[in-house]
Design a binder for this molecule. Structure first.
Ligand code: GCO
Ligand code: MG
Length: 402
């Protein structure tokens, strides 16, 4: 089973996606997501200019060996561009292996550990009154877990609050939009939001909140403590996680669970957070953390330390990534939650897929492989459009984490 072709497909059905499609000499094809939001063409070039020619002629069945070949063979290890490119190759090869075996990929990973993958949706609105309506909408759709984000009084715009409620898209301009942030206003406002939501929806609904890397450790400790009465499932990215020691300080001050990892590229980024039990959920996902092979390794390490998965699933991760994530989610013993931001109908049409949502759960496809493809003709009708993520400044103009 030799690789005879590997194509990099860049398309923008409403937002940009990069996809790798690998073809074997016996006519099998596999797809892998290679989308790195705001830096898409860097990964496309990494694959086209440096990886594809080394794939031609390789045995498509040798997934682990190919992973090691691309990781150790690059000499320059880790980093989001490299790891996203490796992930795309790895994911496509798992898709091919599943098709060759005539089984969905989750069977090759050990089979089902659960009946469905619990997902959370994003309720967001400018005001608290409006967000209660949004939470109710998700509850009516069957969701068992909802992330809640609101505007902050006094700030013109806030991360996580969008005009289009079902399809949040922060990469909104070719040159980064500038946002303004105030930690003081945010910390004063947020506990009241969750008091209202918990009061309205009672104890059964799982509630989550994304802080998007904006607080110092002691501020994050204060936020976590102030949210304890409302029993959140997690606060996400409470502080930038480069300095992993800083999570110890947050832990000293709050029992609100913590989820981190959406910008991590591999096991070395999360090692300390996991082995020192500084987080409760690891948010790495297939496309940015080295594919199914490497993410499985991260989740296995996490299982030893009672850390559960909580994979990133924003709209900039294509249906190819979501399909792959669901095969892992259904198979691993330490699954926690899966983020699920819906894609637009245009995106769904470019990426026909077999996973489906029912009653708060996503279900992976039972077709052989990953159960997802890219319609290359349709993809060609949507050319790339430059789109950057915003930047964030404090009220005095200082650049802050977005
Ligand atoms: C989330 C994330 C995203 C990111 C986005 C950046 O929790 O879903 O924080 O919304 O901001 O993926 O590309
Ligand atoms: Mg996030």
């Amino acid at each position: 089973m030799k690789i005879v072709d590997a194509r990099v497909i860049v398309t923008c059905p409403g937002r940009n996606f990069v996809t790798l499609k690998i073809v074997t000499d016996d006519g099998l094809t596999g797809v892998g997501d290679a989308t790195l939001n705001g830096r898409e063409l860097a990964v496309a070039s990494y694959l086209r200019d440096h990886v594809v020619r080394a794939l031609i002629g390789r045995d498509a069945s040798r997934i682990e060996d190919t992973w090691q070949y691309l990781y150790k063979g690059a000499y320059w290890r880790r980093g989001p561009v490299t790891m996203t490119a490796i992930a795309a190759v790895d994911t496509a090869l798992w898709d091919i292996k599943g098709k060759a075996a005539g089984m969905p990929v989750y069977q090759l990973l050990g089979g089902r550990s659960r009946e469905g993958v619990t997902v959370y949706g994003h309720a967001n609105a400018e005001t608290v009154d409006e967000v209660l309506v949004e939470v109710a909408r998700y509850v009516d759709l069957g969701y068992k877990a909802v992330r809640v984000q609101t505007g902050v009084p006094g700030l013109a715009s806030t991360y996580g609050v969008s005009g289009d409620k079902m399809f949040y898209e922060p990469a909104d301009a070719s040159v980064p939009t500038e946002n303004v942030w105030s930690t003081e206003r945010y910390l004063a406002h947020t506990p009241g939001v969750f008091a209202r939501v918990r009061d309205e929806f009672g104890p059964g609904l799982r509630l989550l909140h994304d802080v998007h890397h904006r607080l110092t450790p002691i501020e994050a400790g204060r936020l976590g403590k102030s949210l304890e009465p409302y029993a959140l499932t997690w606060i996400e990215d409470p502080t930038p996680a480069e300095l992993q020691d800083s999570l110890r300080l947050i832990r000293q001050h709050t029992t609100t669970p913590i989820a981190i990892g959406e910008i991590f590229s591999g096991v070395w980024d999360c090692q300390q957070l996991i082995t020192e039990q500084l987080i409760d959920y690891i948010r790495a996902t297939v496309v940015h953390a080295g594919g199914i092979t490497h993410l499985r390794r991260i989740f296995d390490l996490a299982a030893l330390y009672q850390v559960r998965s909580g994979s990133h699933g924003a709209t900039d991760l294509s249906p190819v990534c979501m399909s792959a994530a669901l095969h892992l989610d259904i198979a691993i013993p330490n699954f926690g939650l899966q983020e699920y931001m819906r894609h637009t109908p245009e995106t769904d049409a470019v990426f026909p897929h077999g996973y489906h949502f029912a009653d708060g759960y996503l279900h992976p496809s039972d077709e052989p492989g990953l159960g997802v493809d890219i319609d290359e003709e349709l993809a060609a009708q949507y050319p790339y459009r430059a789109a950057a993520l915003p930047v964030n400044r404090l009220e005095d103009g200082t650049l802050h984490s977005w």
